[in-house]
Design a protein around this ligand. Sequence first.
Ligand code: ADP
Ligand code: MG
Length: 330
Amino acid sequence: MKALLSIEGLTVELATRERTFEAVSDLNFRVSRNEVLALVGESGSGKSMTAMAIMRLLPEPVAEITAGRIMFDGIDLASAGEAELRKVRGNRIGLIFQEPMTSLNPSIRVGPQVAEVLRLHQGLNAASARNRVEELFERVRIPDPKRRFDDYPHQMSGGMRQRVVIALALACDPDVLIADEPTTALDVTTQAQILETFRDLQASVGAATILITHDLAVVAETADRVAVMYAGRIVEETTTEQLFAAPRHPYTHGLLGSIPHLSEEAVPGARGRLPEIAGTVPALWALPPGCAFAPRCPRAGQKCTSQRPPLENVAPGHMAACWYPLGAPQ
Ligand code: ADP
Ligand code: MG
């Protein structure tokens, strides 16, 4: 399938007063129409920076793209000008953030907010924009959309507000949809409902979707393919099915709940189960010289602490960045 969005060698540098470091390093991935790619990883692994970089919404000059291309329909978004970006953002690429109030203006009624986007990007007049918004509200399952049109964001629950944000993201039938932890800020019941709505809608829109989440249950239910990030890099990428059935990177294995030690792999039944991965993500400005996961990895050998493993095919359609991937012949 032809990729609609192709990230090539994307690197994002952060320069704070104290230090300069890469929050995202040499990232490569592609997403096609009708496909959901999940970006997963612990907090601080660079997922949101990646999303912001694609939309060119990084907090510049603190964060800047220092290398790479973001190819979307023949345009390199990494070097596109502001006028070009404005045509893409919220129109051809829809965005859903974790916190709905990031996207909504608190002082404007929700219906007119969505209508404004339609008028701006699609040139609809007031009456047709209103009709289209009511339709959209119905599609995202906001009950009583005609009445809700005139609500202010604060008059709605968190879940309803996130439905408005989804309506906003889908308003212009985007080619690409980027959802950064779209359900994380909501209670569990609402999360499940919003996720279901999101899944149905993204399937009917057929957009190339990047779903950012730290929740593997969300991945299992929603994504076609998964890229696992650790310390600003992709460490494993494959289909959702393959990732859950046979993860190859010890970090992914850890996320899924158990990491067999190298020595234990040869001894059936001696698998050590870890409820979570011991240790913490290293500071991005003080990464160890080899594999960034080595200090936490039960399989790490000498090579791991001195040379960084490249992201390579370990099986057809399955890439991992590990010198000693799981399930490999030894
Ligand atoms: P994730 O979304 O995976 O949790 P982020 O992309 O938000 O991770 O963050 C990546 C790294 O960038 C983290 O180390 C984080 O502390 C740092 N970071 C994020 N935003 C800023 C900022 N505005 N200023 C400085 N550092 C930041
Ligand atoms: Mg984030």
